[in-house]
Design a protein around this ligand. Structure first.
Ligand code: ADP
Ligand code: MG
Length: 712
């Protein structure tokens, strides 16, 4: 768009950045509380949107009150009763012209309050009536005692109720947000979206959208506001989604300005690996490997996400990709989020690669002292061709000789920044070698958490996505049953039978929102109970509080078949591969999300034996839990489950809080607003082509400093 706009747009952005401290009502204490909640600028307050509204624009006759329907009432005190039944209690009966009585009931009150309620005093109150002993009552209404001839105006707009800020009273918060709204710039100064577009989409300007959210008129469509489908909400969500999408697109563009080593060898080493593998690649694996190979052959950094259900065989695809780097005389690194998983990768890669003469090094937190120094030296000299490890790989002390491919497994466990930290390992060194261009390694990201397409487009506009959508042959689908915890004795029989036949089983103890300590304790108790009821079985325990060495020894024993039943916390969730295990019991399954249940179930069904997953639940089940368990029984398809999960839970949790910043949406909700995405994409194309400076402003306004890697 014309350059003349840029002054306006700049001021539109800076208006958003003004600190709250400039507001008259903001004292140091309030500022501190707000800051603790992440609220620092006027924009933060503008976007601190109401949770719901209270309608104080009318008075409801007491006779017309409905249980459960909030209302404002005015009446005169008819009787006051103060008592101590089990705890202090104050009851105030008020009546109005409708000849009905309402009881206001208080459990916490000061004597000053009691004195206010003289018989005959005028009281105006707001709250939700419920059936009580003597007709309807409101517990702890908000109220005001009015003077006898006081003219108390009714509200002209609905009153917003804001998400609480700890340590700050709701009235103060409301006042501050009100002051911030008074400073909203006029329409033209605030607006970044082209007016024509807003007309086309029938969406309000930013200013009117914000005002409509904070100060809705008395006839506002409350149902639409509650559902999040009001044009004002859609307008805000559209701009926010657009900002995130643009920011990811910019990252991608910035990324493509970098160079990367073209790994264009003949692929002899990868072929050698394929020839020595004990299995043939599935078609899906071949297709994805071919896509990666095309990417790697180009001198532009690859940034590819490989999605594949648990057990679909992502590791071997990663190993093949690594061979392309090694063949070109360069290095590849594979990082996994837990030591257990990293160690498993190490074992797989060593088994596959050492026979074909490739050196695999291991770097985890527990590799210390001389051993660490030796590994670091090998990594720095290039003697280590493939390096497997945990976060330890991303530490500063780790210097690669020539890192060409950075592979990150289970992306959802890492943040974007960590992924970039590994990439930067290659960047620094290459710059030193070749000062003309900055070159970065290719990046391959693997995840077993399938992400629905809509979400993937929003979350990963900066990545190319491949799917391994086929399981290796010879796997029997896992049969899933849901079992009430009362049936535990039957289950014990089942485990005994399976293990006596030489099969192995997992028993997973889960507790959500509890500390690792508590979960570990619960697992310990279960372990003791199971050991007592099945003394003939070899039962072992792993949990997150155990030492890494102890955990690994136990896992190894299980893998070797020296343990029949493994009692575990969710530490086993990701990546553990024991083909002989064919029975999975998940305790308290009703508390887990679909993605996690699916991950856990993926631990079995890896061998030829028919496998069973038992979801043990504590009745009664909530509606949501019922649906989740039903979904698990109905399908084994990770993509179907992901779609259902999105529907049931919303995307924040699906992607994990450390995801690309998606969880940080202020207004948008991807499961609700997914319908806006096609528009967002079109709009982004248009803005990037016609008004890149405007696109920058939109990103700055919504994503701001969070996009530190935008220039990466
Ligand atoms: P995930 O995609 O969950 O990371 P893995 O890479 O751990 O899966 O593979 C699961 C198991 O399947 C491993 O034991 C692996 O060796 C094996 N596997 C991988 N590809 C194939 C294949 N094409 N045929 C048979 N087994 C395979
Ligand atoms: Mg894996």
């Amino acid at each position: 768009m014309p350059a003349a706009r840029s002054d306006t747009t700049r001021s539109a952005v800076s208006a958003f950045d003004q600190p709250i401290g400039r507001l008259p009502g903001a004292g140091p204490r309030a500022l501190e509380k707000l800051a603790a909640r992440g609220l620092a600028t006027l924009q933060d307050l503008w976007l601190h949107l109401p949770l719901r509204y209270e309608d104080r624009t009318t008075l409801t006759p007491i006779r017309d009150l409905q249980p459960g329907v909030p209302a404002q009432v005015e009446g005169r005190v008819e009787a006051v009763e103060r008592g101590f039944r089990y705890r202090p209690l104050l009851r105030v009966a008020i009546g109005d012209d409708s000849q009905a009585t309402l009881v206001l009931r208080f459990f916490h009150f000061r004597s000053q309050q009691v004195n206010q309620f003289r018989v005959g005093a005028r009281v105006r109150c707001y709250g939700t009536p419920r059936p009580g002993q003597h007709g309807l009552e409101i517990v702890h209404p908000s109220y005001r005692v009015l003077g006898d001839d006081e003219e108390a105006a009714l509200g002209a707009q609905l009153d917003p109720v804001y998400p609480a800020v700890e340590g700050l009273g709701p009235a103060t918060l409301r006042k501050l947000i009100g002051q911030a709204l008074d400073k909203l710039p006029d329409e033209a100064a605030l607006e970044l979206l082209p007016a024509g577009l807003l007309r086309e989409l029938r969406l309000p300007s930013l200013r009117s959208a914000l005002l409509a959210m904070h100060r809705p008129e008395r006839d506002a469509d409350l149902a639409a506001l509650a559902a999040g489908t009001h044009p004002a909400q859609r307008r805000l969500a559209l701009e926010e989604l657009l900002a995130h999408h643009l920011s990811l697109r910019r990252q991608r563009i910035a990324m493509q300005k970098h160079r990367a080593p073209a790994l264009a060898g003949k692929g002899a080493l990868a072929r050698k690996l394929q020839d020595t593998l004990p299995f043939r690649l599935t078609n899906a694996q071949q297709r994805v490997f071919a896509q990666i190979r095309d990417d790697l052959a180009r001198p532009v950094p690859m940034l590819r996400l490989v999605q594949g259900d648990v057990g679909s065989g992502k590791t071997v695809v990663a190993a093949l990709a690594a061979m392309l780097a090694v063949e070109s005389g360069k290095q590849a690194a594979l990082a996994a989020p837990t030591e257990l998983l990293a160690e498993q990768h190490l074992n797989n890669l060593r088994a596959w690669l050492e026979p074909i003469g490739v050196r695999v090094a291991w770097l985890a937190g527990k590799v210390t002292g001389k051993a660490r120094a030796a590994v670091l030296a090998d990594v720095a000299s290039g003697a280590a061709q493939v390096v497997v490890g945990t976060h330890a790989l991303m530490q500063e002390a780790v210097v690669f000789h020539d890192l060409a491919l950075a592979i990150v497994d289970e992306q959802h466990r890492f943040g974007v920044h960590q992924r970039l930290a590994l990439r930067d390992k290659g960047a620094v060194l290459r710059q030193a070698q070749d000062e003309r261009v900055s070159s970065v390694p290719h990046q391959l990201v693997m995840t077993a958490t399938p992400i629905p397409r809509t979400l993937a487009m929003a979350a990963y506009a900066d990545l190319d996505v491949s799917a391994i959508d086929e399981l290796p042959p010879g796997r029997t689908p896992v049969q899933t049953v849901a079992l009430s915890a009362e049936k535990r004795p039957e289950l014990i029989e089942r485990i005994r039978a399976a293990c006596t036949e030489g099969r192995q089983a997992y028993w997973v103890c889960t507790l959500i929102d509890e500390s690792e300590e508590v979960v570990a304790q619960a697992a310990q108790t279960t372990f003791e109970q199971l050991s007592a009821s099945m003394p003939e079985l070899r039962i072992a325990l792993v949990h997150g509080r155990m030492k890494a060495a102890e955990k690994q020894a136990t896992m190894r024993a299980f893998k070797h078949g020296d343990v029949d039943l493994l009692v575990a916390t969710t530490v086993i969730e990701v990546g553990v591969d024991v083909p002989n295990a064919s029975l999975m019991i998940v305790e308290n399954a009703e508390r887990l999300g679909l993605a996690q249940l699916h991950q856990l179930r993926g631990r079995v069904g890896r061998g030829a034996a028919a496998s069973t997953c038992v979801l043990l639940y504590q009745p009664p089940l909530s509606q949501m839990a019922k649906q989740r368990l039903a979904t698990m029984r109905e399908t084994n398809d990770g993509f179907v489950i992901a779609e259902k999960d999105l529907e049931l839970r919303g995307p924040g949790e699906l992607l994990g809080t450390r995801q690309t910043g998606l969880a940080g949406f202020r207004v948008a909700d991807l499961s609700r607003d997914a319908g806006l995405l096609p528009q967002v994409h079109q709009l982004a194309d248009r803005l990037l082509a016609e008004a890149p400076d405007l696109a920058d402003c939109i990103v700055a306004r919504w994503v701001g400093g969070a996009a530190r890697y935008a220039s990466a």
